[in-house]
Each structure stands twice: as structure tokens, then as C-alpha cells.
Design a protein around this ligand. Structure first.
Ligand SMILES: *[C@@H]1O[C@H](CO)[C@@H](O)[C@H](O)[C@H]1NC(C)=O
Ligand SMILES: *[C@@H]1O[C@H](CO)[C@@H](O)[C@H](O)[C@H]1NC(C)=O
Length: 262
């Protein structure tokens, strides 16, 4: 949830500087007094900037999500990428991620060798950074409602990963979007969903999905996948489990490995 604070700070900074600039130009005789004031304001902003920057952006995120008392399965997916790489190997060469903060997942994936990545961001990108805006301009990340068919041909990706998105869909829409994930992938789907009773991190953005997250149990999902004729990929499950144990990685979200449609 670093977005909200970032845009708030930007707005405060914009609103705070503009009137000062105006008065410097119109009343030059007061300029020396004003410049002292500006120096003080500048010093305060600078110290504030140093202070907020000292923790680095990832720990800043962490602190924010902890304050809100929630878990983000998108962050969890990013933490799990090295483990997923062990489980899927070359099948991770062409990845589509669906979910909030898709830009950060995509940029992390693109740092990997021999990996191409695309993203579907289900939220409006009001305050995307420059990297994210360039992804959107190039069509690498698209803002799209996952309730509707995905704008990709069959088997466009080797692996589709989804986080913090299916939890918001009712069975009626799940019935449409899960087969879509199976359609656009060739070597599997990795699903990250919250555990029942878990607090969600993205509270403020719930409304954009139109309904709150419904966190379903593992047995609910397994029954549902069965109904939809989506099989779990036992080999991927096993490799993921082994790689997790090796790295003492314990996912804070439920992780499912499904096969694509043949
Ligand atoms: C979703 O699909 C399943 C399996 O085809 C079906 O049994 C169920 O009634 C559907 N649910 C809704 C809400 O359409
Ligand atoms: C199952 O996962 C493995 C990776 O562990 C992958 O190589 C294989 O293609 C997957 N099978 C299917 C049918 O998706």
C-alpha cells in the first residue's frame, strides 16, 4: 500500500510549493523574508525525505502492510518467485501475471534471464510510477477487468500467475475467468489466494472490485477446480514443496498449481 501515501505526499508537495512561488514573484521586497521561510520549509521537507527514504522502499511497504494488519498475496508471490522458478524451470519463460501491483511483479520477472512477462492490472493506475507507465504504454501491462475474456490468443503464455484477484470473484464470474486462465496458458496456472480469516492488505481498494474478498478454504478451491475440470499439477506441487523446504520458505497465502487445458 505504498501508493496512497506516495500520492498524498505528492499532492501535499504540489499544493505547498505553488503559493510560495507566486508570492516571490509578485512581492520582491518581501523576498528575503520569504527565502528564509523557504529555506526552513525546504530543510524540513529534506529531513522528512531522508527520514522516509532511510528504510528503503521494500521495508516501507512492509511496515505499511503491517500497520494495516493485512497480507498481500501479490507480495507473497514476489517472495515466492525463486521457489516457483525451481518448480517450473523453463516453463517460466513466458509469464502472464494477473492481480494488483502487476507492474512490480512484471518488473521483477523481467530481471530474470530468458524470461518474458506481461501483466493484467485489475485496478486503475492513478499513481503508477514511470516504469509502470512505460509498461502500460508498451502494452506489457494492461488495465483490464478480469471478469471479461482476456485479450490474448490461446496458449499465449507458458505460465499464468494470479494473486489477490480470484478472491474477489463470485462463482458466476469465476466460472468465466478460470477457464480463461487455462485457455491463455500452455504449461500451467499458479493461483495465490488468501486463507479464510486472513486480513487483506488492500482494504482501501476493495471497492474497485465491487465486492469484498471472499476467502475460501483449500477444500472449497479443490472442489471448485474439480468442478471446472482443472486438474492440479502434482509434479509442480511436489517440486514447489521441495524447493520451499530447502529455502525454509512458508507461503503466507494458499498456493495452487493447476494444469492448463490440453
Ligand atoms: C459454475 O460452473 C459449475 C461447473 O460447470 C456449475 O456447476 C455451477 O453451477 C456454475 N456456477 C454458477 C454460479 O454459474
Ligand atoms: C506440471 O508442472 C511441471 C513443472 O513442475 C511442468 O513441466 C509440466 O508441464 C506441468 N504439466 C502440465 C500438464 O501443465
Amino acid at each position: 500500500m505504498s501508493r496512497r501515501p506516495a500520492s498524498l505526499a505528492r499532492r501535499l508537495a504540489d499544493g505547498g510549493n505553488f503559493p510560495f512561488v507566486g508570492s516571490v514573484q509578485s512581492k520582491t521586497h518581501a523576498s528575503s523574508l520569504l527565502s528564509i521561510g523557504l529555506i526552513i520549509v525546504g530543510a524540513i521537507l529534506f529531513v522528512g525525505y531522508l527520514y522516509s527514504g532511510s528504510g528503503g522502499s521494500s521495508s516501507h511497504r512492509h511496515i505499511v502492510s503491517k500497520i494495516e494488519g493485512g497480507v498481500s498475496c501479490t507480495l507473497e508471490l514476489q517472495r515466492a518467485l525463486p521457489v516457483l522458478k525451481k518448480a517450473y524451470g523453463d516453463n517460466m519463460h513466458k509469464v502472464l501475471h494477473l492481480g494488483p501491483d502487476s507492474c512490480s511483479v512484471v518488473s521483477q520477472l523481467l530481471k530474470e534471464e530468458d524470461t518474458e512477462a506481461w501483466g493484467i492490472e485489475p485496478y486503475d493506475l492513478d499513481d503508477a510510477d514511470a516504469t509502470c507507465m512505460s509498461f502500460v504504454r508498451k502494452g506489457i501491462v494492461r488495465v483490464a477487468d478480469i471478469k471479461f475474456p482476456l485479450p490474448y490468443k490461446a496458449k499465449s503464455f507458458s505460465l499464468v500467475m494470479v494473486s489477490d484477484a480470484l478472491d474477489y470473484l463470485s462463482p458466476r464470474y469465476l466460472n468465466k475467468s478460470l477457464p480463461e486462465l487455462a485457455r491463455v496458458s500452455s504449461d500451467g496456472i499458479v493461483v495465490f489466494t488468501g486463507y479464510p480469516g486472513q486480513q487483506r492488505a488492500k482494504v482501501a481498494e476493495l471497492s474497485k472490485f465491487g465486492r469484498p474478498a471472499k476467502l475460501r478454504s483449500s477444500s472449497w478451491w479443490i472442489r471448485y477446480f474439480f468442478q471446472m475440470k482443472l486438474e492440479e499439477n502434482e509434479s509442480a506441487m511436489k517440486k514447489f514443496k521441495q524447493a520451499s523446504a530447502k529455502r525454509s520458505y512458508k507461503p503466507a497465502c494458499q498456493v495452487f498449481h493447476l494444469k492448463s487445458f490440453p
